[in-house]
Ligand binder design. Structure first.
Ligand code: NDP
Length: 330
């Protein structure tokens, strides 16, 4: 078994020396456990936070130990009732080829219902993040105009499309390349999109949303958040999902300078964590699963092959190498 360990806590952008791919023995499953051969691993921006020592909503990765993350694999040895060899499970023992896991923290998934990788993306954690953040935290309603940043990523591409499918009056997205912008408009049906690297976000947003925005779904923070506050309509809502623009900063994140606008607009900003919204899971799988099956909701995955490339996939995601969910295939 090969697995990734964190050796030192990165300062700024993580460096290869902060990590090691280590050879270990697999562990025979105890009572209630299974040994899983991982097939797909998830790399996610929140993992950057776990590499730091700072206390957060998930514990920091321990130095010299395997990093964890979402994974889908096949049971190769079972010591747990209800789990047979050959079953596929979604679990949290990622960043390694084999994992011995408690079945309490695993759910069975069906490879005949949907491709296994989708349980990490469009039908998994990032999909639910989009669904819950838009519909619950941002209180989206038909007729709203919606702006989403990180719009060609896993969460963002789904936010924009769900908003469209649920009757948004206008959906605007921002992303970091002209190619991604083209995809948003031509394939995902966004009404407008812009490349945030091409000019000030506030100006590009004003042009793309001349009538303002009712909902801003923030994946990025910083300049994007300030621009969205500037374009917020009366009773507008901002759901703070992530702030990827500052995950590798060594300086405190600069705050928006125009928060006072929330008074005149009676605007609302609210952060959320997908972990608080798993009660929506059945509804999410039913509704989004049907859209995926019918082709009304499209998704991309960027698939990197090989455990040895897991770290590179993670770093690539922070740089924007991915379109849609970044997945590692073993
Ligand atoms: P993505 O698939 O969106 O990948 C990250 C993307 O961020 C990159 O592709 C890149 O795209 C973009 N990016 C990187 N740096 C910057 C920057 N400086 N400014 C603007 N965009 C940048 O990842 P996810 O969909 O998994 O996650 C999206 C966001 O949602 C993250 O902030 C993440 O932390 C958050 N999240 C929050 C959850 C919660 O419970 N609150 C749960 C899951 C995710 P580009 O080429 O466009 O720059």
């Amino acid at each position: 078994n090969r697995e990734w360990h964190l050796l030192s806590r990165p300062v700024g952008w993580p460096k290869p020396e902060d990590f090691a791919l280590v050879e270990t023995e697999t562990r025979t499953p105890g009572e209630g456990q299974v040994l899983v051969r991982n097939k797909y691993l998830s790399v996610d921006p929140y993992m950057r936070g776990r590499m730091s020592a700072a206390k957060s909503y998930v514990a920091p990765f321990e130095l010299g130990k395997v990093m964890q993350g979402g994974a889908v694999g096949e049971v190769v040895e079972s010591n747990a009732e209800g789990f047979a060899v050959g079953d596929h499970v979604l679990h949290f023992g990622g960043w390694r080829e084999y994992a011995t896991i408690d079945t309490k923290g695993a759910v069975k998934v069906d490879p005949d219902l949907a491709p296994l990788s989708t349980y990490l993306g469009v039908l998994g954690m990032t999909g639910l993040t989009a669904y819950a953040g838009l519909l619950r935290t941002a209180s989206f309603k038909e007729g709203d105009s919606v702006f989403v940043s990180g719009a060609a990523g896993a969460v963002g591409s789904q936010v924009g499309q769900i908003a469209k499918l649920k009757g948004a009056s206008r959906v605007i997205g921002s992303a970091g390349s002209d190619e991604k912008v083209k995809l948003l408009v031509e394939e995902y049906g966004f009404d407008a999109a812009f490349n945030y690297k091409n000019g000030p976000v506030s100006q590009q947003l004003r042009e793309a949303a001349p009538d303002g925005v009712d909902v801003y779904f923030d994946n990025v923070g910083g300049e994007h958040l300030e621009a969205a506050i500037g374009s917020l309509n009366e009773r507008g809502r901002i759901a703070i999902c992530g702030m990827i623009s500052v995950y590798n900063s060594t300086e405190p994140a600069p705050g928006p300078k125009n928060l006072g606008r929330l008074i005149q607009t009676r605007g609302r900003i609210e952060g959320f964590l997908v972990g608080d919204h798993y009660d929506l899971q059945p509804e999410f799988v039913r509704e989004v699963g049907a859209w995926v099956a019918s082709g009304e909701l499209k998704y991309r995955e960027t698939v990197v092959e090989g455990i040895e490339n897991n770290l590179e996939a993670f770093l690539g995601q922070l740089r924007g190498d991915n379109t849609g969910k970044m997945i590692v295939k073993l």
